[in-house]
Design a protein around this ligand. Structure first.
Ligand code: UDP
Length: 319
């Protein structure tokens, strides 16, 4: 971004959101964060609170923005819409909230982007591919989602969000980009949010058994948060991204049992890996095809799993 902008981030107190806030502030932008703290945490953004180019509003965007906030955000040129629970235990717990923030919340934010003529970025998810029958997943794959399953609040919520975003682009020419975020990890992950990297590291650091669901042959690809944030801002700034749907994720696949072993090694833990029942509708394989992001954005994630995990382990150790 050449000149500083006024930018709105929903979900800015979340894990990825708070790293994005940090990066946009460091580039000299004025950043306004809206978060209802359902799953986001004030600690994630506390360090920015005193800065004159940062503002925080505690607000639930399933309500249209109240006048005071609407006035304060006037003049934004970019809107990053990240607000949503994103870890499986949390979106299962807050299923209705997840559906509403992704449907009504996205509608409310698209209205703001339309009125302000701001560029709009939707943080979508690899979950729109469900339990994929095509591997690796390319953006053109329509997915294999159980519409009534326990994960559907998130999967279908995001699929609705993608649809309404595309329709605001078609009908009102809002400058949109939909980013399908694959598994991401790093410092500021919520220790309690139940995702595999946070769980395994914290279990390993306490030398208690690692809770592996199923036989551990299911796969994921893990992207370090600084690479993800770089991809998100490239997607916002790139002219060619208008109206596009783009995968962002690390293109190397690991089984969950491999992840357990790597974390035990890196933490020098005495933990064993213990099997628990598989989770319902748990996708068996997941790996992004990032050809499009490479070509369109010049994006190529550079932080290896070992380096990224070491930073994350140090972070959890320091808590
Ligand atoms: N998982 C696990 N133990 C845990 C947490 C997760 O074995 O303590 C597995 C989970 O069943 C899934 C994978 O790790 O197969 C990734 O789960 P996560 O909740 O991190 O995110 P997802 O990719 O499912 O959204």
């Amino acid at each position: 971004m050449k000149t500083p902008s006024k930018i709105l981030i929903t979900g800015g107190a979340g894990f990825i959101g708070s790293h994005l806030v940090e990066s946009l502030l460091a580039k000299g932008n004025e950043v306004i964060c809206i978060d209802n703290f359902l799953t986001g945490k004030k600690e994630n953004i506390e360090e920015f609170l005193g800065r004159k180019n940062f503002r925080l509003f505690k607000y639930d965007i399933i309500q249209p923005l109240k006048k005071e906030i609407r006035q304060k955000i006037h003049g934004i040129t970019r809107l990053y819409h990240l607000a949503s629970p994103a870890s499986p235990p949390q979106y299962k717990k807050y299923a209705i909230e997840t559906l509403l923030v992704n449907s009504i919340g996205t509608y409310n934010m698209l209205e703001v982007a339309k009125e302000e003529r701001a560029k709009f970025l939707l943080a979508s998810t690899s979950e729109v591919y469900g339990n994929p029958l095509v591997h690796p997943q390319k953006e053109g794959y329509f997915g294999n989602v159980n519409p009534i399953g326990v994960r559907s609040c998130y999967d279908e919520g995001k699929r609705f969000a993608e649809s309404i975003t595309m329709n605001y682009h078609r009908k009102y020419q809002v400058d949109t980009r939909i980013i399908r975020i694959f598994n991401t990890y790093g410092p500021k992950m919520d220790r309690e949010d139940g995702r595999v990297i946070a769980n395994f590291i914290n279990q390993a650091l306490r030398d208690i058994p690692l809770t592996m669901h199923g036989d551990g042959t299911q796969t994921r690809s893990f992207c370090y948060v600084s690479d993800m944030v770089d991809g998100l801002s490239r997607a916002m700034e790139s002219k060619g991204a208008n109206s596009e749907v783009i995968n962002l994720g690390y293109p190397k696949e690991y089984t969950i049992s491999e992840i357990g072993k790597i974390i035990v090694d890196l933490t020098k833990s005495s933990s064993e890996i213990k099997r628990y029942p598989p989770q319902e509708d748990d996708p068996e394989r997941r790996k992004p095809d990032i050809t499009k992001a490479k070509k369109l954005l010049g994006w190529d994630p550079s932080v290896s799993l070992t380096i990224g995990l070491s930073h994350t382990i140090n972070y959890f150790r320091s808590l």
